[in-house]
Design a protein around this ligand. Structure first.
Ligand SMILES: Cc1cc2nc3c(=O)[nH]c(=O)nc-3n(C[C@H](O)[C@H](O)[C@H](O)COP(=O)(O)OP(=O)(O)OC[C@H]3O[C@@H](n4cnc5c(N)ncnc54)[C@H](O)[C@@H]3O)c2cc1C
Ligand code: FES
Length: 274
């Protein structure tokens, strides 16, 4: 894991209360893989004191194809993200990572379907590019492993949809849903997914009720499903146990797992649904 001070190259609005921040950190950009996350902390202040976790949106390459920067897309929800949205290019942040476990190999499958709710689309751009062989991550060469990646993306309204163009440019088939019907189908993204019938391996990220529904759909369809949890975290490195989730054990019991080191990506069938 690396901890460094990174210069902000860009911090631009991409949707309602949503920004993409680009951080100059070549060593971290070379090491990080889709599904992993970084902790960001505002330097020179104790308010907030702790860093906050954010998924890798994607790495940025130089003209020789070498990773030089990391993009994070964030929704302003509270103190840290509110302050972060005021930061300008040229200022710096403390960043540490890569953290957590990346998305796992899906084996042989022609299509992977990512299902996102709210700001849960963020881990899927790099994952899609990896699956489609457009990019290698963590020092691996690019290698195509699926024919198609689909994204089912649900937002509260059209104004909150962030990065749809990035996914389409990567060749992802995007299906949209919104709570108010202002974008795509009106209703839950999981309902849209179900209306399209059984499809291969799933990956999900979003609010807990959405992930529980997705886990139930995966069970019903008999397909594997990875979910990326957005559990609040204090340290991000396994030291504080503030991020635990309940995971089924081999003995039919359950135990706690730290989302920051054992996750954030888990097999949906492993998680205890309450
Ligand atoms: C592995 C991981 C990856 C993440 N990736 C992203 C990402 O790519 N983009 C992004 O915008 N956010 C992401 N998050 C969520 C992000 O960490 C929180 O939104 C952020 O910590 C909020 O900080 P804040 O100081 O602005 O809000 P705070 O002032 O700490 O909280 C404001 C409000 O939001 C609630 N809240 C805070 N964190 C969470 C959370 N994780 N889940 C639900 N409610 C929360 C609080 O209870 C409070 O009501 C991720 C979280 C994890 C664990
Ligand atoms: S955030 Fe501290 S142990 Fe996970």
């Amino acid at each position: 894991m690396l901890q460094l001070t990174a210069t902000i190259l860009e911090n631009v609005p991409v949707a309602e209360r949503t920004f993409r921040i680009r951080l100059d950190c070549p060593a971290l950009a070379r090491a990080i893989r889709p599904g992993q996350f970084v902790m960001l902390r505002l330097p020179g202040t104790h308010d907030p004191l702790l860093g906050r976790p954010f998924a890798l949106y994607d790495t940025v390459l130089d003209t020789q194809g070498q990773p030089i920067a990391v993009d994070v897309v964030y929704l302003v929800v509270g103190k840290m993200t509110g302050k972060l949205s005021q930061y300008q290019a040229g200022q710096s942040l403390t960043i540490w990572g890569p953290l957590g476990q990346p998305f796992r190999d899906v084996g042989t499958s022609s299509c992977v379907t990512c299902v996102a709710g709210g700001i849960g689309q963020t881990p899927f751009l790099a994952y899609a590019r990896q699956l489609l062989g457009q990019r290698g991550y963590g020092g691996d060469p690019a290698k195509r492993s699926v024919e198609q990646v689909r994204l089912y993306y649900g937002v509260r309204s059209a104004a909150f949809a962030a990065g749809v163009g990035d996914f389409r440019a990567a060749g992802v088939a995007v299906h949209l849903a919104s709570d108010d019907g202002s974008l795509g189908t009106r209703g839950f993204v999981t309902e849209l997914l179900e209306s399209h019938g059984p499809i291969g391996p799933l990956a999900g990220c979003g609010p807990e009720p959405m992930l529980h529904r997705l886990a139930a759909i995966a069970e019903q369809w008999g397909v594997p499903c990875q979910v990326s949890l957005e559990t609040p975290m204090a340290c991000g490195v396994g030291a504080c146990f503030s991020c635990v989730t309940k995971v089924k054990t081999a003995h039919g019991d359950w135990d706690y797992r730290r989302v920051c080191v054992d996750g954030p990506v888990f097999d949906a069938a492993q998680l205890v649904r309450e």
